[in-house]
Design a protein around this ligand. Structure first.
Ligand code: GUN
Ligand code: FE
Length: 444
């Protein structure tokens, strides 16, 4: 039994602020103990109550001027696109052809995949991201590389091999049969191992034949507890193309529905331009949308309306996501900053309570992981991001004029980035410490 404790301020969410009075949803304790046993939270509460109960000799890490958050969750990201973040000037379909489909070819080489995966995972931890749902490439070895590199960290990671059998360079395509076989092998190898889960990953309708979507649906039926991921209604030209490729269907969402790919634990990137009818389909089936604000702004895709999606009349699950490399930041703080601005342009702002809920518990729910991650509460897995509330001169100065936890959180999601993450804990162990990292850099 490994026991360890953290001391400091923390936040948690009792309820969904989009559905309840937000003022009752945020839990904030200014001096708490988080008592961890074997990678899970055993108890959490005020230090005055819990300190006397801690076992003799238990190590206690004390974080001052900080807030301990549930680890951030990135519900849609492409690790192989790390080398093309910030590629200039294109919208989705041109960007895919000119940058993405070039970069992903390098991942046939497992050593390349390893090197990028290592950097990608490290960068997540530097940003307090403790869990992610990840696209690899069409090459199965690019999935092995990611999981193998993640193993030492004990991260909860979901990932899958892209299935793509048309409308892409020959070097990047599989077939309906090989995509099925390779995915199945990867499921057998990785699904349920450590904290890993497999994600069935047809890239999006335009790059899969009906036969391949059929195969993906068959796999989803054979392995009902895997996740599914794809893209939907990100860009107007993309939607027009789908309508052209699948004229017998009622629309984009109907294509995925037809092949059995809309269900709980199926998460679709973007969904910006979904119709009300399609949102109903998502709501009925329990499928989720990954909101990717930095990507949607960078590619000029449009403004996703999170309030419309979450509308209680037919609620759709929504996760927050970076969508790197079309997204521009590993920081979920910066992702929230952009989500706020997108919401402003849609006419309803996003409070800090709504925003941090969305980046943690809300995203865990969208992925069907609400009983494991996304909260700091007894029984939950011990994944945390320690947010330094004073990480830059501007934030320090601005914080002098803040007088509530909501304001402190809002300032930090607007002005904060990787520098604001002081430490990251995964599965009950500290896997990143900003000061130690800085010292290592000086020595190197
Ligand atoms: N649609 C299909 N593939 C992709 C991708 O790699 N990134 C984004 N943003 N959209 C896509
Ligand atoms: Fe994407």
């Amino acid at each position: 039994q490994v026991e360890i404790a953290l001391r400091g301020a923390y936040i948690d969410f009792k309820d969904n602020p989009f559905r309840n009075d937000p003022s009752g949803c945020l839990v904030h304790e200014s001096d708490a103990i988080i008592w961890i046993r074997d990678g899970k939270v055993l108890q959490v509460g005020p230090a005055s109550d819990l300190l006397p109960q801690l076992p003799e000799g238990i190590p206690v890490t004390h974080y001052r001027d900080s807030v301990i958050l549930p680890g951030f969750i990135d519900s849609h990201v492409h690790y192989p696109q790390t080398p093309i973040i910030g590629a200039y000037g294109e919208q989705l379909l041109e960007w895919l052809n000119n940058y993405t489909f070039v970069a992903e070819q390098a991942f046939a080489d497992k050593d390349v995949a390893r090197e990028v995966a290592r950097f990608y995972l490290r960068e997540n931890l530097r940003n307090g991201v403790t869990s992610a749902t990840v696209y690899c490439t069409v090459f199965p070895q690019s999935v092995d590389a990611l999981f193998e590199e993640a193993q030492p960290y004990g991260m909860r990671l979901m990932a899958g091999k892209i299935m793509m059998d048309r409308n892409a360079p020959a070097a990047l395509t599989d077939t309906a049969q090989s995509g099925y076989d390779q995915s199945k092998q990867l499921i057998e190898r990785w699904h349920g191992k450590d904290r890993f889960e497999y994600v069935i990953t047809p890239r999006f309708a335009p790059t899969s034949t009906p036969e391949q979507l059929e195969a993906a649906g068959a796999l989803a039926r054979e392995y009902p507890d895997t996740l599914i991921q794809s893209h939907i209604s990100e860009n107007k030209n993309e939607i027009a193309w789908v309508n052209q490729l699948f004229p017998q269907h009622k629309g984009y969402a109907d294509v995925y529905r037809h092949f059995g790919l809309l269900r709980e634990r199926a998460i679709y990137g973007h969904g910006i331009h979904l119709t009300e009818e399609e949102l109903h389909l998502f709501s009925e089936t329990g499928a989720a949308i990954a909101h990717c604000p930095t990507s949607n702004l960078f590619l000029g895709s449009g403004l996703f309306n999170i309030r419309t999606a979450l509308d209680a009349k037919r609620p759709v699950h929504v996760g927050l996501a970076t969508d790197l490399g079309a997204g521009t930041s590993f920081s979920l703080l910066q992702t929230l900053n952009e989500a706020y601005k997108v919401a402003q342009l849609n006419g309803v702002p996003l409070s800090a309570t709504h925003a941090f809920y969305q980046a943690t518990r809300g995203t865990a729910e969208a992925l069907g992981l609400q009983d494991r991650i996304g909260r700091i509460a007894a029984g939950m897995e011990a994944d945390f991001a320690v947010l330094d509330l004073q990480s830059t001169p501007l934030i320090r100065f601005r914080m002098k004029y803040a007088d509530s936890i909501e304001e402190a959180l809002f300032i930090n999601m607007t002005l904060g980035d990787d520098r604001a993450i002081r430490a990251t804990w995964v599965n009950g162990a500290c896997v990143y410490d900003r000061e130690q990292d800085a010292q290592q850099e000086v020595r190197a």
